[in-house]
Design a protein around this ligand. Sequence first.
Ligand code: FE2
Length: 434
Amino acid sequence: MLDLLIQNATLADGRKGVCVAVHDGRIVEVSSNLSATAHEIIDAQGHLLSPPFVDAHFHMDATLSFGLPRVNQSGTLLEGISLWGELKPMLTHDALVKRAMAYCDWAVAKGLLAIRTHVDVCDPRLLAVDALMEVKRKVAPFIDLQLVAFPQDGLLRGKTGPQEHFDTLKRALDLGVDVVGGIPHFERTMADGALSVKLLCELAAQRGLRVDMHCDESDDPLSRHIETLTYETQRLGLQGRVTGSHLTSMHSMDNYYVRKLIPLMAEADVHVVSNPLINITLQGRHDTYPKRRGMTRVPELLAAGINVAFGQDCVMDPWYSLGSGDMLEVAHMGLHVAQMTSQAAMRQCFEAVTQNPAKVLGLEGYGIRAGCYADFVILQANDPVEAIRLRANRLRVYRRGKLIAHSSETVSTLHMPGRPSNTAMKHDSTPLSD
Ligand code: FE2
């Protein structure tokens, strides 16, 4: 007998009336007509059943610190950086764990069950690393949490010399941090930026780890560290294991140069993570008008066959006072900023918060297929585009076949004579036949 049978679901690829059979924490069958006995049978009522949302770029050590020690009045990157500097000496292990755990509760409620978070490794105490390693253990039954050793103040910019932060970064990896991070555009010179990329990629190759760098988070079209990251990926045989996060300078780069760059990135199988909520608010701040959007070239990268994910980056921290762990909000913003409004492109935006970031993290057993983990979300929407339009309610969230969050359908009751008694803002967009 099955543990769980979901009936009458719609899948993101458009299949309707689908049954999903679950046993021992895994999906054992996905088919259109399945009659089997199960301990629990759920009628999905035609709603979209999707693999869980995945966030490939987050900062969990800063999340939910909004207002500490004061509010970012201007909402700019520079005031955010100085605020983080004021907050750092006041951080405690317990407060970091408490805030991160509260965010993970939000994430589960939003069907966000895998997160890659960067963690600052420039603090010799490695306070945030210790705290997030504890959080990783605590949330493991519900969330795959992947940590990136992020030298936020610059790998080669330590107060005692270029070795200082490199040493703390290696110590963080020794403690079990999963991924090698970097921030080449923040090093003192272009040459130091390129050197940091080389050193960090070599370290990742030695240790068999993945790489994910904040790369070219700048409006300077000459910030071209993605070229070095791509080169080192090829040279060291790291294809498919390296991610360039942000890449905002690519928005401002010369088209001639980009035509050479993108095929090289595709050849090296470099992943890209764009963070639309943050990029649209923090970039272009030195422009008068026209004001650049500062988001990387998502449609062009996808067209070249490069795996592109959308990340949340920040929620209620010194840099961004909004956000709720809702990856559909992220997809919604990405869709608008990149003008991805064709039917196919809107579906790509849904993939950019589900299957694409799952590839970035290298998640095993992800998807709605026999053999995959029984991790999925039933959304109050009939298809991926409607899910983005409504930032759809997460009706039921499952992890390893167990219900870990659920909510009632969102329906507004109306009180107007001659009008329906309620609305859920659904609209059947099936084209009329002529
Ligand atoms: Fe970031």
